[in-house]
Each structure stands twice: as structure tokens, then as C-alpha cells.
Design a protein around this ligand. Structure first.
Ligand SMILES: Cc1cc2nc3c(=O)[nH]c(=O)nc-3n(C[C@H](O)[C@H](O)[C@H](O)COP(=O)(O)OP(=O)(O)OC[C@H]3O[C@@H](n4cnc5c(N)ncnc54)[C@H](O)[C@@H]3O)c2cc1C
Ligand code: SF4
Ligand code: SF4
Length: 178
């Protein structure tokens, strides 16, 4: 099974590094590793792999879904000056995040760590919001956040997940079952 991911990652480079395969592997046989250009790709530990096929079935690149509406509803907004000052653009993310947090929900977004790597983290309160605000022009690691989001939703909690389009596709794929 690792061969299919290997082709995506090493040969045709179609893999986005979304990490959905890593999130669905129940025996943690997949790790994300950076290539020489710094892009993260999945690496399957063949000795652990039980060939269940979950990783392949949940890969958004191997099984793309196009559900875009022909006539999408479009909205425009900008947050108040104070909020926008520390956001990269209109400050939509913190406005929605505050709303979700006040409902007792969880917010996931990309944050710097102390070594200037980017990781998805969970924000539990408004005081931590500053950590996910601002664009980080670097490929981040989603870690196990898709699984964590899935668990929160199963518990009936509100969740806001913000990330790049490939990461949102990865999350939908993990949430989709299979
Ligand atoms: C890599 C990248 C490329 C972009 N390219 C464009 C572009 O071509 N055109 C355009 O109009 N806008 C682009 N954007 C979006 C834009 O720069 C702003 O991030 C967005 O408009 C900010 O909205 P905001 O003010 O509501 O968010 P903010 O309050 O600034 O919060 C930033 C949000 O971006 C997310 N984020 C930041 N860095 C990363 C990362 N590395 N990986 C995943 N998620 C991240 C955070 O989780 C957070 O939700 C890009 C963003 C990123 C991260
Ligand atoms: S086939 Fe199953 S066990 Fe093997 S890497 Fe994929 S998800 Fe993990
Ligand atoms: S699920 Fe994502 S990280 Fe895994 S092979 Fe597919 S595109 Fe790459």
C-alpha cells in the first residue's frame, strides 16, 4: 500500500502533504518527512503496515471531490481596526473564532513554534488567538488535528478549522468516514 503513496510523493509529486493518510492510519505506520526542498511527504513504515488500504482511500489527490457550486453565495466583511491590525487581511478568522469559542467550541489554526516551524494547534480561549493570526508563508504540519477535530465533532462540540485548501480537503476526507 505504501507504494501508491510513494508514487504520489516521490515520483509525480502530486501529493500536497495534507497528512490525511497519516491521520487515518490506525497503527501509526505513516510519518511525514521533509524532502531536500523542505516539503513534507508521507513515508510508510512497511514493517508496520497491515495493508488495510485506509490511507489510499482517504487521499484527496487519489480521490478528488469537486463540490463547488456554479453560483456560490459570496460575502465580504472586515473586522474592526483593532482586530485587523494583527491579522493578515480582513480579520475574518478571529471574528469567527471568537464566536465559536464563546459557544464552548474549539479552534484549530496554524501557529509558529519556538524553532520557527509551523504546526496546527488548538486554541482553547481568546487570549491564545494571537498565535494563529497572521499568514505564515511556510508549509505547516497538521499533526493529528483532523482526528482531534473528528473526535470533538462526535462529542457534539463546535469546531472551527482554518488552514490551506489542501488541508481542508484532507480534513473533509478524514471526516467522511470510509
Ligand atoms: C501560504 C498562504 C498563501 C496565501 N496566498 C494567498 C493569495 O495568493 N491570495 C490571497 O488573497 N490570499 C492568500 N493567502 C491568505 C491571506 O494571506 C491571509 O492569510 C488571509 O486573507 C487572512 O485572513 P484573516 O485576516 O481573516 O486571517 P488572520 O487573522 O491573519 O489568521 C491567519 C489564518 O491563516 C491560517 N494560516 C496562516 N498560515 C498558515 C499556514 N502556513 N498553513 C495553514 N494555515 C495558515 C491560520 O490558521 C489563520 O486561520 C494566503 C495564506 C497563506 C497561509
Ligand atoms: S495501508 Fe493501512 S496500515 Fe498501511 S499505511 Fe495505509 S493506513 Fe496504515
Ligand atoms: S493523503 Fe495527503 S499527504 Fe497523504 S498521499 Fe494523499 S495528498 Fe499526500
Amino acid at each position: 500500500m505504501g507504494n501508491i503513496l510513494k508514487v504520489l510523493a516521490e515520483e509525480n509529486k502530486l501529493c500536497t502533504g495534507c497528512g490525511a493518510c497519516m491521520n487515518v492510519c490506525t497503527i501509526n505506520a505513516i510519518t511525514m518527512q521533509s524532502d531536500q526542498e523542505g516539503f513534507a511527504y508521507p513515508r510508510v513504515q512497511e514493517e508496520k503496515c497491515i495493508n488495510c488500504g485506509l490511507c489510499e482511500r482517504h487521499c484527496p489527490v487519489l480521490h478528488p471531490e469537486y463540490n463547488n457550486a456554479d453560483r456560490p453565495e459570496c460575502y465580504a466583511m472586515m473586522a474592526q481596526d483593532e482586530e485587523r491590525r494583527t491579522s493578515s487581511s480582513g480579520g475574518f478568522v478571529p471574528v469567527v473564532a471568537r464566536w465559536v469559542l464563546r459557544k464552548g467550541g474549539s479552534v484549530y489554526g496554524a501557529a509558529w513554534d519556538e524553532d520557527w516551524n509551523v504546526h496546527h494547534i488548538e486554541i482553547a480561549n481568546e487570549a491564545e488567538l494571537y498565535r494563529i493570526k497572521g499568514s505564515k508563508y511556510l508549509q505547516g504540519s497538521v499533526e493529528q488535528s483532523y482526528q482531534l477535530v473528528k473526535r470533538k465533532l462526535e462529542e457534539g462540540k463546535w469546531v472551527l478549522f482554518t488552514g490551506l485548501p489542501c488541508q481542508v480537503a484532507g480534513l473533509y476526507s478524514v471526516l467522511g468516514g470510509g
